[in-house]
Design a protein around this ligand. Structure first.
Ligand SMILES: [Zn+2]
Ligand SMILES: [Zn+2]
Length: 399
């Protein structure tokens, strides 16, 4: 396991920086303090800095030599709308907001890499340091940056991003080529019947009975009409209808989520759901409509760039610290928008099992992502920053 000496020496400084960001969490598209901090640091390092991409996004550009190749490295900056239960000194100072996903750490890691590469520009080409807003909650900060011309203004031959992974040992890297994280989609089905007196069902069209049958019919979408080799989830998470004991309501609403690893599976599921939502109510004299919203596409890592990212990690940290095929993960991640346009790889860095909180934490809770007791493990800072440096040196080698 080899971190770069100079980055190792900056561990204390990077830890302080990470904890400062942790204590000041900001929600999607409101990351002004964090973005200012990032932009100021990058300017102080002598990088060309661009702000306001996707509202609060920041890009730092570092060039060396005369090479035309370029690489993008991405960190997300946003926190979550949740309370923090930790009681250590760097806990959130803002009620109801928490860096519960470690984006504070991802930001500090990328700043650590920028600091090293600015001092040692031993590469040939352009590095685009991409600090992205609004990864959480379907806000798609990645797409917002692209809509502001991210890849036209800052062309990238490849792009890489990382996420800490609780439960995976510290200093371990996880990779997977191909579909790795799921698409995230939400949907509403509105069933229209005919309201009436509960004692006179013959004069009404009961949307509740149709809704009950709809719940069953929707089960067949994944169990019977999806390719069993292509994983998918369809969950119905809300049913709403009626306000009284003696009234048949006029309308029932079903809502839920769909997750898939491929666009093909998603297209098929949406079409099947639309057919059921529209035609099933008609059987009973009602009508139905599906509103299907595709939030994040599936995250599909590119083969060649994943092989490259694995090779960099193997050479720098040893084969024993690499898992080249982590399991697929049904969570979603908007780095997938970048990977639809630019080759690249999204990788995972072990965050350990939470022991790092013992020194300052009085009483333990689980250290899982989006848990109120989560905390990013500062031991990863020099590991992640050193990895980004090695990746840049390998991707943009000096002639
Ligand atoms: Zn998250
Ligand atoms: Zn996250």
């Amino acid at each position: 396991m080899k971190t770069l000496d100079e980055i190792q020496r900056a561990h204390g400084e990077l830890t302080a920086l990470r904890r400062d960001i942790h204590a000041h969490p900001e929600l999607a598209f409101q990351e002004t303090r964090t973005a200012n901090l990032v932009a100021e640091r990058l300017r102080a390092l002598g990088l060309e800095v661009h702000t306001g991409l996707g509202k609060t996004g920041v890009v730092g550009v570092l060039r060396a030599g005369s090479g035309k190749k370029s690489v993008g490295l991405r960190a997300d900056m946003d926190a979550l709308p949740m309370p923090e239960h930790n009681r250590f000194e760097h806990k959130s100072t803002i009620p109801g907001r928490m860096h519960g996903c470690g984006h504070d750490g991802h930001t500090a890691i990328l700043l650590g890499a920028a600091q090293y590469l600015a001092a040692h520009p031993d590469f040939d080409g352009t590095v685009n340091f991409i600090f992205q807003p609004a990864e959480e909650g379907g806000n798609a900060g990645a797409r917002a940056m692209m809509e502001d011309g991210l890849f036209e203004r800052f062309p990238c031959d490849a792009i890489f991003g990382l996420h800490n992974m609780p439960g995976m040992p510290v200093n371990q890297f996880g990779f997977r080529a191909g579909p790795t994280m799921a698409s995230s989609n939400r949907w509403d089905i509105v069933i229209k019947g005919l309201g009436g007196h509960a004692a006179q069902p013959h004069a009404a069209v009961d949307p509740i009975v149709i809704a009950a049958e709809m719940v069953q019919a929707l089960q067949t979408v994944v169990s019977r009409s999806r390719n069993p080799l292509d994983p998918a989830v369809l969950s119905i998470t809300q049913i709403h209808a009626g306000d009284a004991y003696n009234v048949i309501p006029g309308e029932a609403v079903l809502r839920g989520t769909v997750r898939t690893y491929t666009v093909e599976a998603l297209d098929k599921i949406e079409a099947d759901m639309r057919r059921i939502a529209t035609t099933l109510p008609q059987v009973y004299g009602g009508s139905g409509e599906l509103d299907f919203v595709r939030a994040y596409p599936p995250l599909v890592n590119w083969e060649k760039e994943t092989a490259f990212a694995i090779q960099v990690a193997e050479e720098a940290f040893g084969r024993e610290n690499i898992n080249p095929q982590v399991p697929q993960f049904m969570g979603a991640e908007d780095f997938s928008f970048f990977l639809e346009k630019v080759p690249g790889c999204y990788l995972f860095l072990g965050n350990g099992d939470g022991d790092h909180r013992l020194q300052s934490y009085h009483g333990m809770g689980p250290c899982q992502l989006h848990n109120p007791n989560y905390d990013f493990n500062d031991a990863l800072l020099p590991v992640g920053a050193s990895y980004w440096v090695k990746l840049v040196q390998a991707f943009l080698p000096k002639a």
